[in-house]
Write a protein that binds this ligand. Structure first.
Ligand code: MN
Length: 243
């Protein structure tokens, strides 16, 4: 049986949502999973999410991309430094989720964080990246590598593209033409009132607001069929997430 390839949006500590979602796609051993990052921060089970990712890595072909929240958490685990912005944007719940864990557990998690990718380009020239990039000359020429997990301009460019600007036009954004398709997370679609993956130009935004009042989404990148978890805040009725 040929495996499917799924891209999955920002999990943000919602262990219950990611297990629910993978049940809904009826995950098989030959399926490939591409996670777009931001595994942690938000709901109370960031530690459990990372444990689950390490388990999945043993049963499936998995690609794990680094999100800005994962970078903050890794920095804290490595150095003890608590970034103020991180703390107030989900970091506090993550610190609680890690409390009482053993040194061995932390070391295993640090190994996981260390191997997160800035981006992944598959054999069909489809790009998977947490946030975006700015260089029109491609990913290797990025001046500030933090753009990989922080940029929002790529998303805004794709969203604002007018149908009248054809792909062969001088005015068509060069960045979008570098790849057949681009899959991102990072900027929740709920900000523009959408609770399902959003397609703009050749870009898909898979962050359907799991950290807030949305759901976690997975898409089969070949068929574009998608699945969603239950509304995450209903899975954690006693918590606020990042709301
Ligand atoms: Mn992010």
């Amino acid at each position: 049986m040929m495996g499917r390839t799924f891209v999955i949006g920002d999990v943000h500590g919602s262990y219950k949502a990611v297990t629910d979602l993978l049940q809904k796609i009826n995950l098989q051993q030959e399926d490939k999973l591409i996670f777009l990052g931001d595994f942690v921060d938000g709901w109370s089970q960031s530690f459990e999410v990372i444990e689950y990712m390490m388990q999945l890595d043993k049963t499936n072909n998995c690609i794990f991309i680094k999100g800005n929240h994962d970078a903050w958490c890794e920095d804290w685990l490595r150095t003890g430094n608590i970034d103020d912005m991180w703390y107030h944007n989900g970091g506090r719940a993550t610190i609680e989720s890690y409390s009482g864990r053993t040194d061995a557990e932390i070391r295993r998690h640090l190994d996981f964080y260390a191997r997160l990718l800035n981006y992944y380009v598959d054999e069909e020239n489809r790009l998977f990246i947490h946030a975006g990039f700015a260089s029109v000359r491609g990913l290797e020429n990025e001046r500030y590598v933090s753009n990989y997990n922080w940029d929002r301009t790529l998303w805004e460019v794709a969203l604002s593209l007018d149908d009248r600007i054809k792909t062969d036009s001088l005015f068509y954004p060069k960045r979008l033409k570098l790849f057949k398709e681009i899959y991102i997370g990072h900027t929740p679609t709920i900000y523009i009132g959408k609770y399902e993956p959003v397609h703009a130009a050749n870009l898909w935004n898979m962050d359907t607001g799991a950290a807030f009042d949305g759901k976690l989404s997975a898409m089969d990148v070949d068929t574009k069929q998608f699945w969603q978890s239950e509304t995450v805040m209903e899975l954690y009725p006693d918590e606020t997430g990042r709301n």
